[in-house]
Design a protein around this ligand. Structure first.
Ligand SMILES: Nc1ccn([C@@H]2O[C@H](COP(=O)(O)OP(=O)(O)OP(=O)(O)O)[C@@H](O)[C@H]2O)c(=O)n1
Ligand SMILES: C[C@](O)(CO)[C@H](O)COP(=O)(O)O
Length: 229
């Protein structure tokens, strides 16, 4: 069986809004509501665990869960200071009988059921899998004076998305290993890879963007209404 761990305990500093970005709306619905619905709609997901800042638990129940119309009540778990800590906390609360867990940013609301299904299938097959999209710009490395040092070959470079899907035992082991060895990473696949594990990649979706800045809100609105920008 598969479950989803949705991380939504960030503060949204780069967005600079008056509230955490997961509460902002696109197409009239809160970002986190859209994300939860995408997973709730998937028959193969048996349980959804959501990390939320301890002090935001009530607000999340009130502003998100109560009006989301979900078929199953998600389990809210306190997040931690970094994304990695939030994932660690959530992993401790996943159902023991699960074989696969999908870890997803609460602020990637345009994830499709089709991508979720492909991630589950790939994790069943390989044990660890993430969706990626190719880099399409020229990549350069710059020095502290903003002068180009070199142009970086981009053929083997990709941008990592979520959901990142793993056998539960493997990703728990990777996060435990990271704690014991003071390893830090911006995503979960990186911890598996740093531990020496193999993570397969599958094609992601260019519209599965992470809402990070105000511009991303506009892009998401455009994708939602298929007004291609
Ligand atoms: N301590 C944290 C930090 C982040 N996240 C979650 O991880 C996802 C990706 O993180 P990011 O886009 O960096 O979100 P924020 O941390 O909120 O943004 P910022 O870095 O701009 O403050 C988001 O859904 C965010 O809520 C989390 O659960 N716990
Ligand atoms: C997990 C992630 O979305 C993969 O692209 C990303 O690393 C999180 O981004 P952050 O801005 O570093 O939190």
């Amino acid at each position: 069986m598969s479950s989803a761990l949705i991380v939504a305990a960030g503060r949204g500093v780069r967005m600079g809004a008056d509230r955490p970005k997961q509460y902002l709306t696109i197409g009239g619905l809160p970002i986190l509501t859209r994300t939860l619905r995408a997973f709730d709609n998937c028959e193969r997901i048996q349980q959804i665990v959501v990390t939320v800042p301890e002090q935001e638990m009530d607000r999340c129940r009130r502003e998100i869960i109560a009006g989301a119309g979900l078929r199953r009540e998600p389990l809210l778990v306190p997040g931690g200071p970094r994304r990695q800590d939030s994932v660690f906390n959530g992993l401790q609360r996943m159902p023991e009988e699960d074989d696969v867990v999908l870890i997803h940013d609460g602020v990637r609301p345009l994830v499709t059921g089709e991508l979720i299904e492909r991630c589950i299938d790939a994790a069943r097959r390989w044990g660890a899998c993430i969706p990626v999209v190719p880099v399409t710009d020229t990549l350069i490395r710059v020095d502290p004076q903003n002068v180009i040092i070199e142009t970086v070959a981009r053929e083997s470079l990709c941008m990592a998305q979520t959901p990142q899907a793993f056998r539960l035992s493997l990703i728990r082991k990777a996060h435990q290993w990271a704690r014991q060895n003071a390893k830090v990473a911006t995503d979960d696949a990186s911890l598996v890879e740093q531990m020496g594990g193999r993570v397969h990649t599958i094609p992601g979706d260019v519209t599965n963007i992470k809402i990070t800045t105000a511009e991303d809100l506009q892009r998401a609105e455009a994708y939602l209404h298929r007004q291609w920008v």
